[in-house]
Design a protein around this ligand. Structure first.
Ligand SMILES: *Cc1c(COP(=O)(O)O)cnc(C)c1O
Length: 381
């Protein structure tokens, strides 16, 4: 198979033709519906809720990046996860990582439970997952590294448990993107992405993806995307295609900056702890080395006091105090009031998210400028 950088740019199956007048940028098919020659004759496209050429192109690209058999482009990461929960029945039980993205926790707690799904949450990097498996368990849902505490769990090991009990293993791969990690190759059945983050990569588009290599799940998802209607729009699909072209360059550059920043943060007296899986002392370092091709560019750190945390958020200028991650610009987030505000305080604290915890999504600026800015802010604490 071709390398990942090539796959971000070229789709083998459509090469050797000059379809679309040879346009290098895939056209935006801004059409809701498609004309037919006769009854029973279709171009393959009938109505854009079901399928759209630009969206299809994007799905094909993401599918090759994750090594799946089918991919689905949705209007947001949460739309993707919501759609996925529809493959389950009331009464089904899911074992889920406790330190998930806050929106996923909110969905499971407030919507999925109402619809009859049951959850057991645990720290998948430490706890005995198999013990949580029950008669009605249907799936294991993990993130690695987790958002925001950067816990790393062993996908292959968890997939062995899933296979033993005939469970579906779902991995939210947002934090590393397909450039650094491919969960399907490690035994997962479904990969989730918030395309808003590294895949889109420019802090300008909301999107989500599901990728699978399981035919049954694929069929269910095709039916569901057509039925529930949260497929990504043609223009946003085009923005994603454009963002993905530079995925590798951005991931490498952001990672280089992140490693440098993590080392720098470690040396600051106000910083109590740095959570970055690219530091050899991180408990997940060896697993990362084994299952991923990089460590990503997300760093979480604790300062000494809440006041310091707030001062940092208010003091940054070039670095933006904003939620989201994975874009070209460096962002700093306060999980307590932003990404994880709807997670009950006791759950937050149990996961290690305190009012002294900050999360940085390192961008592709010059690292000297990032450090200079933080140095100035930290100097004023
Ligand atoms: C942002 C995010 C989501 C949700 O994606 P949206 O595109 O914001 O809906 C899901 N999982 C993770 C890990 C995320 O960071």
């Amino acid at each position: 198979m071709r390398g990942l950088n090539t796959r971000c740019l070229h789709l083998e199956e459509s090469e050797g033709t000059t379809e679309h007048y040879g346009a290098l940028s895939y056209p935006i098919y801004q059409s809701a519906t498609y004309a037919h020659e006769a009854v029973g004759k279709s171009t393959g496209f009938d109505y854009s809720r079901l399928q759209n050429p630009t969206r299809q192109r994007l799905e094909q690209v993401v599918c090759t990046l994750e090594g799946g058999t089918d991919a689905f482009a949705l209007s947001s990461g949460m739309a993707a996860i919501s759609l996925l929960t529809e493959i389950f029945e009331p009464g089904d039980h899911i074992v889920a990582e406790a330190d998930l993205y806050g929106g996923s926790i909110r969905l499971f707690e407030n919507v999925s439970k109402k619809n009859g799904l049951e959850f057991t949450t645990l720290n998948c990097s430490q706890d005995d997952i198999e013990k949580a498996v029950k008669e009605n368990t249907k799936a294991i849902y993990i993130e690695t590294p987790t958002n925001p505490m950067m816990n790393v769990s062993d996908i292959e090991k968890i997939s062995a448990i899933a296979k033993k009990h005939s469970l579906i293993l779902i991995v939210d791969n947002t934090f590393l993107s397909p450039y650094f990690q491919n969960p399907l190759a490690l035994g997962a059945d479904v990969v989730v992405h918030s395309g808003t983050k590294f895949l889109g990569g420019h802090n300008d588009t909301i999107a989500g993806f599901l990728v699978t290599n399981n035919e049954k799940i694929q069929e269910k998802l095709r039916f569901l995307i057509k039925t529930t209607g949260a497929g990504l729009s043609p223009f946003d699909s085009w923005l994603m295609l454009r963002g993905i072209k530079t995925l590798g360059l951005r991931m490498e550059r952001a990672q280089e900056n992140a490693l440098c920043l993590a080392e720098w943060l470690k040396k600051q007296s106000v910083v109590k702890k740095v959570y970055y899986p690219g530091l050899p002392e991180h408990p997940g370092y060896d697993i990362m080395k084994k299952q991923a091709r990089g460590f990503g560019s997300m760093i979480t750190f604790d300062v000494e006091t809440k006041e310091q945390a707030l001062k940092i958020l208010e003091g940054v200028k070039m670095i933006k105090f904003a939620e989201s991650l994975g874009g070209t610009e460096t962002l700093i987030t306060y999980p307590t009031t932003q990404t994880h505000a709807d997670v009950p305080e006791e759950v937050r604290l149990k996961n290690g998210i305190t009012d002294r915890t900050l999360r940085v999504s390192v961008g592709i600026e010059d690292k000297e400028d990032l450090i200079e800015e933080l140095n100035k802010v930290f100097g004023g604490l």
